[in-house]
Design a protein around this ligand. Structure first.
Ligand SMILES: [Ca+2]
Ligand SMILES: [Ca+2]
Length: 211
């Protein structure tokens, strides 16, 4: 009787595992964010003309009138992901008014242009979602405070620099230390073991009551 009961339980657990595995295989899971520190090049990033590497960081410069310099990476945002942050340093040369250069950061889906900067106004962002801190030598750290709603999914992080059309104003943006911070969550294996443990306790307590 006991043996049959365990047998049924484990067959059910294995079938459930197969269903869950089948579901997750339908969507290819990407690698997590890599080379956010730009140690030696732009490996793992997708980039357009106008984006380069210099001395341990990425640099976005204007490459043509009215064109966009784009740097992006598609990656898997892990379970427990909490904050996304990066560091930037703007250099603006020339007298551009009324020209306007625009830099944006987006985490898609969901956070389009969560950080926006233009050469006329400076930076614009929602303080409920984003924090900006001076960290010295002209660098600022921009933090998107809560990305937990996207944890466990594939996302795209994109930085863009849109040039004005007359180019009296020359902007370049240094970018470094793109990071995801996570809270500790139980590994999937631990969750499954937890379910099995709870199931066994249930089986034993039910049998005890029968006696
Ligand atoms: Ca670096
Ligand atoms: Ca410009």
């Amino acid at each position: 009787m006991m043996k049959t009961c365990f047998h049924k339980f484990f067959v059910t657990a294995i079938m459930l595992g197969m269903v869950l595995t089948g579901t997750s295989q339908a969507m290819p899971i990407l690698d997590e964010l890599t080379n956010g520190t730009f140690d030696s090049d732009l490996t793992s990033w997708t980039y357009s003309i106008g984006v380069g590497w210099y001395s341990g960081h990425a640099v976005l410069v204007e490459h043509d009138n009215g064109e966009t310099s784009l740097l992006s990476q598609d990656f898997f945002l892990p379970e427990g992901a909490q904050e996304l942050s990066f560091e930037i340093n703007f250099t603006v040369e020339g007298e551009g008014f009324p020209d306007t250069d625009v830099f944006t950061a987006s985490l898609l889906p969901g956070y389009s242009d969560f950080y926006y900067w233009d050469s006329d106004v400076g930076d614009l962002y929602d303080t409920a979602d984003v924090m900006v801190a001076d960290i010295g030598d002209g660098w600022q750290r921009v933090t998107l405070l809560d990305v937990s709603s996207l944890a466990g999914t594939n996302v795209t992080l994109a930085f863009s620099l849109l040039s004005d059309t007359t180019d009296n104003l020359i902007t370049s943006v240094d970018l470094d230390n793109v990071k995801i911070s996570t809270t500790v969550v139980p590994a999937p294996g631990a969750i499954v073991l937890g379910f099995i443990g709870t199931g066994l306790v249930g089986v034993f307590s039910r049998r005890k009551k029968v006696r």
